[in-house]
Design a protein. Sequence first.
Length: 258
Amino acid sequence: MCDSRLPNLSRDQRDFRLQSRDVHVWTIHRGAPDPMLPKFQSLLADEELDRANRFRFEHLRRSYIISRAALRMLLGCYSRTAPKNIHFDYSPNGKPSSNASADICFNASHSKAFTLLAFTRECNIGVDLEEIRPLSDMTAIARQFFCADEAAELLSLPAAERRHAFFLCWTRKEAYLKATGDGLSIGLDRFRVSLRPSEPARFIHFAEEVPSAKRWVLHDLKPVQGYAAAVAYSGTPRTIQVFALSEPTQLLDIGRIG
């Protein structure tokens, strides 16, 4: 179930209740006026600022600062922690966790000018967001990285549907890999997902153990027109709330909580 309403972005944290069976998904537009950038920078840790300053291009530096600040502000609101006080740890494959709350799990994805953030409780979760765009080597990529059945199904579709189907498949597979925290080490071709635009997202089978598909849930997301997105998580189905597209300046009030 999806809910496009945006919570009241006030200092009242009661608007940000995350129940045990909830998944909250936020889409943040990574743009802000120049005078606002120092406010986002002030929320970041020293290591994040160091990383931001290593970007060669200014637009990439700004995007990183805003996306990290947005994650800190939202995670801080859900956990009742001052964003500046949040500390991040990373698995060997780069999956983040934080000290903000032991039971809050989250994941992020970035594409062009947008960041997708997902939050839930006590559940492995992953999200992926991709702009649907022309790819001259789409068929070669599918044959190299998708399982054989997926590649064959993709090529069987009418040409007008293939690009959309490709990115549906890619985001669904990436969301699962990010949820497991294993990254590409387990291989995109080791499991199969649905990919037809007319069909719901679902796992079809895993190479090692077919029943394992029942231990994971996959949902399509439609946060921004012209993009494909998916969320994957372990366990049984949860309530998905996809909030309206947010500008980062809308989050500054909650970023001062705590």
